[in-house]
Ligand binder design. Structure first.
Ligand SMILES: CC(C)(COP(=O)(O)OP(=O)(O)OC[C@H]1O[C@@H](n2cnc3c(N)ncnc32)[C@H](O)[C@@H]1OP(=O)(O)O)[C@@H](O)C(=O)NCCC(=O)NCCS
Length: 207
């Protein structure tokens, strides 16, 4: 399968990044061979204005620079999200410390792939990985208060709203209000357990 082929150029955290498989997606370490696809998808103002660090316009050089700079530190993971069937790259997802806030999960999906549930499926896979592979008690996330789609993704993944903070958006050259969320390990464990139970049988109340 194309997405699983690790014939990538050098990327510092390739060795430590696991491959996560979901029903429709493969999440794997991004590599220099992904640069053209990432640049084509991320060169979108709708993405740049909803994320902290993606500039606009976003060039092939930006993608190559990002891929070459991926941190090798422990506690950071970056994943390219690809379709299992086609191998096409659809977006990216990561967890780690941002410049201004504590560690949190972040993600984007290319516009041609919006509305298929890909972000939710990918974020759930990264959450499962983080709580399985680390001793984290909670995972943080944030999105602009205007970002209804991202807020919905976080809600579908079990995140709970904790407040509002300002965060800097590079493409805007300004700080904007962002809803803050957290997902506690115990909530995640409960949701996982709940998913295994079957729905109750509902009998008619009529005599
Ligand atoms: C936010 C983003 C990742 C969502 O990706 P996606 O793959 O389309 O997300 P999903 O399909 O998993 O879920 C999107 C949900 O938002 C809902 N949604 C999308 N636009 C909406 C809108 N304008 N109003 C209400 N709900 C909306 C969808 O209906 C869906 O919810 P549902 O399954 O209950 O119907 C994608 O739009 C994106 O990358 N945007 C730009 C970058 C960004 O915002 N990144 C996140 C930074 S915090």
């Amino acid at each position: 399968m194309a997405a699983l082929q690790m014939t990538c150029g050098p990327s510092p955290d390739v060795a430590s990044t696991p491959v996560l498989e979901t029903s429709r997606l493969i999440l794997r370490a991004p590599c220099l061979d992904d640069a053209a696809e990432i640049a084509a998808l991320a060169n979108n103002r709708k993405i740049a204005e909803m994320t902290a660090l993606i500039p606009h316009p976003y060039t092939l050089e930006d993608a190559t620079g990002w891929l070459s700079s991926l941190p090798a530190e422990s506690g950071h993971w970056n994943f390219a999200i690809a379709e299992r069937e086609s191998g096409k790259l659809v977006g990216a997802c990561g967890y780690g410390k941002r410049h201004d806030l504590g560690p949190e999960i972040g993600y984007w999906v290319g516009e041609p792939f919006w509305g298929r549930g890909y972000a939710t499926e990918a974020v759930r896979a990264v959450i499962d990985h983080l709580f399985s592979a680390t001793s984290l008690d909670e995972i943080a996330a944030g999105c602009r208060v205007t970002n209804v789609a991202s807020r919905r993704v976080l809600e579908k993944c079990g995140f709970q709203w904790t407040g509002v903070a300002l965060f800097r958006v590079r493409a805007l050259g300004a700080s904007v209000p962002a809803d803050q969320f957290k997902l506690e390990r115990r909530t995640w464990a409960s949701l996982r357990a709940w998913g295994k139970s079957s729905l109750p049988k509902v009998a008619s109340a009529r005599p």
